[in-house]
Design a protein around this ligand. Structure first.
Ligand code: SF4
Length: 223
């Protein structure tokens, strides 16, 4: 086996453990080998005409899901559509509560079978918790972590700094490449209007089986 094949085999074992742990927590989880498989599997959960919303996610862009949602085949509640006022965009965010399907990634997924997400606005963590009938979570192997400590570290050192750099937010992590509160408590960080880490959600169990579906791939997706 080549080094690349060994790395992939190692990652697939990690994914297998994570899928089994998610399953114990009533969360349906699947492995998709390629990005095309990810997209096919994700869209198989959606009926034509369904109302769909999604969280802001580079992962959804990278695996082509956003493009599919905008194809006109679905009632996509697109809060990022061109020409929307702030009020219209917020109204669409609220309507996600009643959507048939919500697409998102996760900031981290632990090998213990937990989803870990941190939001500024909280529309995404709210939808993961309650509201949309179905939640489809797509995550690359780069989102897998051993436990919640690693998940919190991942957000402070990778996910949040990359997001503040992309959005050009005036926060310490945008300049330093890591959280001002790194190495301290989970909720320690900066203080200010542009802070994007406000609500911290651990999904430890899904009461309603079939509501949350997690698709994992050995590819790298998002950050
Ligand atoms: S708390 Fe502030 S500094 Fe820390 S990661 Fe979040 S936005 Fe960046």
């Amino acid at each position: 086996m080549t080094a690349a094949e060994l790395r992939k085999a190692n990652m697939e074992e990690k994914i297998k453990r994570t899928i089994a742990a998610l399953d114990r927590h009533n969360i349906d989880a699947y492995y998709a080998e390629t990005l095309e498989d990810v997209s096919k599997l994700a869209m198989s959960f959606v009926e034509p005409g369904s109302s769909i919303s999604c969280g802001g996610s580079e992962t959804l862009k990278e695996c082509g899901i956003l493009e599919k949602l905008r194809s006109g085949e679905y009632n996509f509640l697109d809060r990022r559509a061109e020409g929307l006022s702030r009020e219209q965009s917020e109204e669409l965010e609220r309507s996600a509560f009643f959507a048939d399907v919500y697409f998102t990634s996760s900031n981290a997924i632990t090998e213990n079978g937990e989803l870990y997400n941190v939001d500024g606005n909280a529309n995404r963590v709210a939808a993961i918790c309650y509201g949309p009938k179905k939640v489809i979570v797509i995550a690359g192997a780069n989102k897998l972590v051993r436990d919640l400590d690693e998940a919190a570290l991942r957000v402070k050192s990778i996910a949040a700094p990359c997001n503040t750099q992309r959005l050009n937010m005036d926060t310490p992590c945008q300049k330093l490449g890591e959280c001002a509160g790194i190495g301290r408590r989970m909720t320690d960080g900066c203080i200010g209007a542009q802070r994007i880490c406000c609500q911290y959600l651990v999904t430890g169990y899904q009461r309603k089986r079939g509501r949350i579906h997690v698709i994992l791939t050995a590819e790298t997706l998002g950050y």
